[in-house]
Design a protein. Structure first.
Length: 305
C-alpha cells in the first residue's frame, strides 16, 4: 500500500534507494507523524521508509497513505512484536543499508547523513538518543533506559546494540540476522551475533534521534522487571551459562544494583546530565533495581530447574 515516489518534501528519492528505514508500528498513530516529518526533512535523500503496522486499526494506515504517500506501508494480519515487524520490513527493503528506529522517535535533520557517513568505516553503527520532553519523569526514564546512548558521550564500541537507532549494512545483516522476533531484547542478541562474525558496532553520538517517553512510574518498573528477566534468559542461553555462574549472579544482586547505579551516574556525567541524574534518582533506583531483580529471578529459577 502507498508506494508512490516523490522527489521533494518526501521520505524517498529513488526507486533503488541506498538506505531503507524500517519502523515497526503498533497503535502508533499518535507519535508516528512527528517521526515521518523528521524523516521527510532529512538532508540525506537517497532512502525509503517502510512502516510495518500490526495493530488492528485503520488510523495508522490512513494517516500514512494520505499524508505520506511515498512511504511503503505494510499492514500485518497478525500481531507482531517489534523485532518480528522489523524482520518483515527487511524482507521488503531495497536498500544496501538497513536502518532501524521507532515511531516514537524524531530524527535530527542530519541523522541519516551522519549514519551513512559512519557506515563507511563500520558495518554496524549505533546512533545516540536524546530526550524529547522535559518533564521530571521523562528525564528520569530517559537516563534509566538510554543512559548508554546519550548524545554527548564519546564514541565507543557498545556491548548492547539497540534497535532504537542503528544501521546495519546488508552484508552484516545477512551474516547475523534475522532478529529473534519473539524477544524484546532480540536487538541485543543480533548485535552479539554480528560482533562474533566480525561486525563490531561503533557508537556515533552525532547521529541523533529524540525519544518520546510516555511511561508512568509504575509502568517503567513493570517493564524493566520483565525486560530484565527476558534479557537474563537470552544472555544465559547465548553465552551458555552454567548453574554456578547463574547462582553467582543471583547472590551478587545487591552489589550489582550499586554497580549499575554508579555506572549510570558516570555515564550521565559524561553525557552532561549529572543534575538530571541526581534530581531523578528515585527513577534511576527503581528502574535499575527492577531490571536487576528480573535478571536475578530468572537466574535463581535457572539454578533450581
Amino acid at each position: 500500500m502507498g508506494t508512490a515516489r516523490r522527489t521533494s518534501e518526501s521520505c524517498v528519492t529513488t526507486t533503488n534507494p541506498r538506505v531503507s528505514v524500517i519502523l515497526p508500528a503498533y497503535y502508533s498513530d499518535s507519535s508516528i507523524t512527528s517521526c515521518l516529518r523528521g524523516l521527510a526533512a532529512q538532508t540525506f535523500r537517497d532512502f525509503e521508509v517502510i512502516v510495518v503496522n500490526s495493530s488492528p486499526e485503520q488510523r495508522t494506515g490512513e494517516l500514512i497513505t494520505t499524508q505520506f504517500p511515498e512511504v511503503h506501508f505494510h499492514q500485518s494480519a497478525t500481531r507482531l512484536f517489534p523485532h518480528a515487524a522489523r524482520n518483515v520490513g527487511v524482507s521488503l527493503a531495497k536498500g544496501d543499508l538497513i536502518v532501524f528506529t521507532d515511531p516514537d522517535c524524531v530524527p535530527r535533520n542530519d541523522w541519516l547523513e551522519v549514519l551513512v557517513e559512519a557506515s563507511k568505516s563500520s558495518a554496524v553503527v549505533q546512533g545516540s538518543v536524546d530526550v524529547r520532553g522535559k518533564s521530571w519523569l521523562a528525564r528520569g526514564v530517559h537516563l534509566c533506559k538510554r543512559g548508554s546512548l546519550l548524545r554527548k558521550l564519546p564514541a565507543y564500541t557498545p556491548w548492547i546494540v539497540s534497535s532504537i537507532n542503528v544501521l546495519y549494512s546488508r552484508e552484516a545483516w545477512q551474516a547475523a540476522g534475522p532478529l529473534d522476533g519473539d524477544l524484546f531484547c532480540g536487538d541485543a542478541v543480533l548485535g552479539w551475533r554480528a560482533s562474533a562474525r566480525g561486525y563490531h558496532a561503533r557508537f556515533e553520538p552525532s547521529a541523533v534521534v529524540e525519544n518520546i517517553h510516555d511511561e508512568t512510574f509504575g509502568g517503567l518498573v513493570r517493564q524493566r522487571y520483565a525486560r530484565g528477566r527476558e534479557f537474563a534468559g537470552a544472555r544465559a542461553d547465548y553465552e551458555q551459562w552454567t548453574r554456578m555462574r547463574a547462582l553467582s549472579f543471583a547472590l551478587a544482586c545487591p552489589v550489582l544494583i550499586a554497580t549499575v547505579l554508579l555506572r549510570s551516574a558516570r555515564s550521565a556525567a559524561a553525557g552532561g546530565h549529572s543534575r538530571d541524574f541526581i534530581v531523578t534518582l528515585p527513577v534511576q533506583i527503581a528502574g535499575h533495581s527492577a531490571w536487576i531483580l528480573g535478571e536475578t529471578v530468572h537466574y535463581a529459577a535457572r539454578v533450581t530447574a
